[in-house]
Design a protein around this ligand. Structure first.
Ligand SMILES: Cc1cc2nc3c(=O)[nH]c(=O)nc-3n(C[C@H](O)[C@H](O)[C@H](O)COP(=O)(O)OP(=O)(O)OC[C@H]3O[C@@H](n4cnc5c(N)ncnc54)[C@H](O)[C@@H]3O)c2cc1C
Length: 460
């Protein structure tokens, strides 16, 4: 329970309608995209940076923990509050402030929905590439705080590669502006990228300046069907070695294919180990040439069939299956734990083999799909959280998956972040010295430990 005096003070800053304390309202802020949940003590919805700063000053004085929240689509439980904390929702700060065509930059408030920025810049022929599948239900601030990726990252990179400048409210309420529109900038430590991927533990991002690029003229899509997973994986490297850098190179394993086919009846093959979905883009002629090269390479690498879309409608049909993976899995079991491991590309077959063994050992359905071009796989464990024994098996399987990824030279997460779910495994992945350095950074920026405590690092 937060004292009435503090609630009154916060209402004085943001207005009476924008401080929520009713338990019914609080339920809506108890979740993220995982199955973890916890109601916060209150929710505050500021309208601008000055209000965020004033709210943070109150929280700092009262040692009230703050959980910054975009759209709550996070997949690491980093957005799930603790019972004593204040959720600071950025959703009212949803204005695109500038699209600077000359410098190819956009400046926006942190609560802008990613897809809205993309649509706005596309109207003037520009392109903001980061494309988390959640782009219609996640914010720029949340994307920066998680360094979100997506299918297009192979060619275009992740959110952090586009963030040039930030406005951040620090743990004592001071407003830091760092970076900007200079394309090159090595003026002191790179503070912009210190906040990228920091999951709301170092500061509250209130405004971002992001780099844009010219809109690619054309896209081409192909779907390649591989009887052997090993061959699909080798094809990924062969495509890149042939000098083609596709915008996306997505892999779905046999279990994922079966779930999607059962859901949508797209005539996907059920007797193969993998399919690759490949998209090239750029000028008409180069997008076309590259998809032809990729299709030929797939054929030479063991694909039984390669379907190249001839029209935008056919391309959309090929993408339908990949887009439907999440709802398709939801039909199999009531719950899913979506992991996000990364391995060097050459280790994808070994990693998938290990995941299949882990699935057998723990008697759990585990599907594997993901961004094969980046070596970023999403093993999804399907289960029923009401079954306590099954939940224990899920925990054991998760630990085994993380261990396998690290043993194969990879890591725990490529785009979802650590939150609380992967925190117990962080040291295994980065080592104790790195943990010590992270703790020192956290202490320097948040000495009272009020910013999203317990996320990434255990609270002290
Ligand atoms: C169906 C689905 C598909 C997804 N697909 C992808 C994908 O393809 N790629 C991918 O990378 N992720 C994906 N995600 C995960 C999620 O959408 C991303 O992590 C996204 O970046 C979270 O944005 P958000 O606005 O919802 O942030 P939230 O979930 O609200 O917050 C996430 C974290 O960022 C912090 N945070 C939020 N806003 C701020 C801010 N302004 N300042 C400081 N900290 C802040 C929070 O405290 C929390 O730690 C998916 C999720 C779902 C549910």
């Amino acid at each position: 329970m937060v004292k009435d005096r503090i609630v009154d003070e916060l209402r004085g800053i943001v207005g009476p309608d924008y401080v929520l304390t009713d338990p019914v309202d609080l339920v809506c802020y108890a979740f993220d995209g995982t199955f973890e949940e916890c109601r916060p003590a209150l929710v505050v919805l500021p309208a601008n940076t000055a209000e965020v700063s004033a709210v943070v000053q109150v929280a700092a004085c009262e040692r009230l923990p703050i959980v910054a929240r975009g759209m709550g689509s996070g997949l690491a439980a980093a957005t799930v509050p603790t019972p004593e904390s204040m959720v600071l929702s950025l959703t009212r700060m949803n204005h695109i402030l500038e699209i600077d065509q000359e410098n190819m930059m956009a400046t926006a408030e942190a609560g802008v929905i990613t897809g809205d920025l993309q649509a706005a810049v596309e109207k003037v022929g520009l392109f903001y590439p980061p494309d988390p599948s959640s782009l219609k239900q996640s914010t720029l601030g949340g994307n920066a705080a998680c360094d979100a990726g997506g299918p297009r990252c192979l060619k275009y990179g992740v959110t952090g590669d586009y963030v040039m400048g930030l406005e951040v409210v620090l743990a004592d309420g001071q407003v830091l502006r760092t970076g900007g529109k200079s394309v090159k900038n090595v003026t002191g430590y790179d503070l912009v990228h210190l906040f990228i991927g920091s999951e709301g533990t170092l500061g509250i991002i209130t405004e971002l300046t992001v780099r844009l690029i010219p809109m690619p003229q054309a896209k081409r899509t192909a779907l390649a069907v591989f009887p052997r997973l090993e061959d699909a994986s080798k094809a990924v490297n062969q495509i890149l070695l042939a000098g083609v850098l596709p915008a996306t190179l997505e892999l779905m394993d046999d279990t994922t294919i079966a779930c999607v086919e059962d859901y949508l009846h797209l005539d996907l093959p059920l007797d193969v180990e993998a399919i690759l979905l490949i998209e090239t883009d750029g000028e008409e002629s180069s997008a076309q040439r590259e998809i032809e090269v990729a299709a030929r390479v797939c054929g030479e690498s063991g694909a039984r069939e390669v379907r190249v879309a001839r029209t935008a409608k056919e391309s959309d049909d090929l993408w339908r299956g990949r887009r439907a993976v999440s709802p398709a899995l939801g039909r199999r079991r009531p719950n899913k734990l979506g992991e996000d491991i990364v391995v060097p590309r050459s280790q994808i077959p070994a990693m998938i083999r290990r995941i299949k063994e882990i699935a057998q050992t723990h008697d759990l359905p585990i599907v594997v799909f993901g961004h094969a071009g980046d070596g970023n796989l999403h093993p999804n464990i399907l289960f029923d959280r009401r079954d306590v024994a099954e939940v224990h098996r899920v925990e054991a399987a998760t630990a085994d998956i993380f261990r396998a990824a690290v043993e194969l030279g990879g890591t725990l997460t490529g785009e979802h972040g650590i939150g609380t779910l992967k925190r117990p495994f962080l040291e295994m992945a980065v080592g104790s010295l790195a943990i010590q350095v992270m703790k020192e950074i956290k202490r320097a920026l948040d000495p009272r430990g009020i910013l999203n405590p317990g996320k990434i690092l255990a609270s002290t």
